[in-house]
Design a protein around this ligand. Structure first.
Ligand code: PMV
Length: 360
């Protein structure tokens, strides 16, 4: 599948060398993407909060070369990472038609994260979006006059081809990816800003990420997505995501936090239920994930505060709550939940506005 609007006109000339820098955040889905078709097309629509503190900063240095093929090195926090190369090589292959200068340069890709490496935070979302943004930034030097709207669209389109959820990291604070009948402008190809009214209850919504298990996941999300092919509950799940999205549109407008909690927690548990009922089946939650969930439920029942959780494809827990309840909820988190984290590690985050270029 070739999408012609993202194929640039021939560049007039290439720069010899230089570098570009972008910082891009992670995001956390409220309605989950799990299952995909060919060409990184999602099996159902998803929506996420863009985060503010969990970010990857990438410097892309480029130098003209005369040899054929791709040539690049990747560094994380200053260390060469040969393990990252296959994923980036595959990304480059997928996007070469849209970024024709890829084989004209040798690239040095230097990345650093604001969150601990291998913490299970979606570093593929922030990492792939930061790299996609660097490439579009370089392209904007070669083809001046690209509008900001097209810049973001192309960056999201490319980021999706690196890691699906990465297409939701370009902008904020809430991004929809995947066509949905009742969301104007929604698309399988790019993430778009949630286009409707959002109640002030969600302003600066908080996300405390509890790092329950920082080990390598036993099952990658690529394998997990794949297991939705032939999954006995796949069709019902995809339909459910569409109807949960319909319900969420209303809940975002009215500010009904009880209904918000019920959609968001159901989505998280359904994601993990899909993993537990695939063939082969697997479990990514850990005992401490369940300890935390049970404590959140008990605290919510006792206090009536609007605290809830969501999960990614891993054991870590994202604790979500409105800003005006932050004081009591943060105290509870520190007193009762942090003890279930590996080395008591957690990250205090909140809604963010998306990626930013870094001046050098
Ligand atoms: O972007 P991927 O391929 O790593 O998939 C991420 C899927 C979930 O994080 C589990 C859900 C989502 O929508 O972000």
């Amino acid at each position: 599948m070739i999408v012609s609007e993202f194929i640039p006109k021939p560049y007039k000339s290439l720069l010899d060398s230089g570098s570009v820098v972008y910082s891009s955040p992670s995001n956390i889905a409220l309605i989950k993407y799990w299952g995909k078709k060919a060409h990184q097309i999602p099996a159902n629509p998803s929506i996420s909060f863009t985060l503010n503190n969990c970010k990857t900063q990438t410097t892309l240095s480029f130098e003209k070369k005369t040899t054929a093929g791709f040539s690049f090195n990747v560094f994380l926090e200053g260390d060469l990472q040969p393990d990252f190369k296959p994923k980036i090589e595959q990304f480059f292959k997928r996007i070469e038609v849209y970024i024709p200068f890829l084989s004209a340069y040798h690239f040095t890709i230097e990345t650093s994260n604001t969150f601990p490496h291998s913490s299970g935070i979606a570093s593929s979302a922030s990492g792939m979006s930061a790299l996609a943004l660097c490439l579009v930034q370089l392209e904007s030097y070669l083809s001046p006059g690209i509008s900001k709207a097209f810049f973001n669209k192309k960056a999201s389109f490319l980021a999706r081809l690196g890691s699906g959820s990465a297409c939701r990291s370009i902008e904020g604070p809430m991004i929809v990816w995947g066509a949905h009948a009742n969301i104007t402008g929604s698309s399988d190809l790019i993430g778009v800003k949630f286009p409707y009214e959002v109640h002030s209850n969600y302003n600066n919504f908080q996300d405390t990420i509890l790092l329950v298990d920082k080990g390598e996941k036993q099952v990658s999300s690529t394998v997990g997505h794949d297991l939705m092919h032939g999954h006995p509950f796949a069709e019902q799940r995809f339909e459910q995501a569409h109807s949960n999205m319909d319900a969420l549109i209303g809940v975002l407008k009215t500010g009904d936090l009880k209904a918000f909690i019920s959609i968001v927690e159901r989505e998280a548990l359904t994601l993990h239920a899909m993993m537990m009922s695939s063939d082969p089946y697997f479990i990514l939650m850990k005992p401490n994930t369940l300890e935390i969930i049970n404590k959140i439920w008990a605290f919510r029942k006792k206090t009536g505060l609007h605290i809830c959780f969501t999960l990614d494809a891993g054991a870590n827990v994202h604790v979500l709550f409105p800003e005006n309840e932050a004081k009591e909820i943060q105290e509870f988190i520190k007193k009762a939940l942090v003890m279930h984290c590996q080395n008591e590690q957690f990250i205090q985050d909140s809604l963010g506005d998306g990626a930013q270029p870094i001046k050098i």
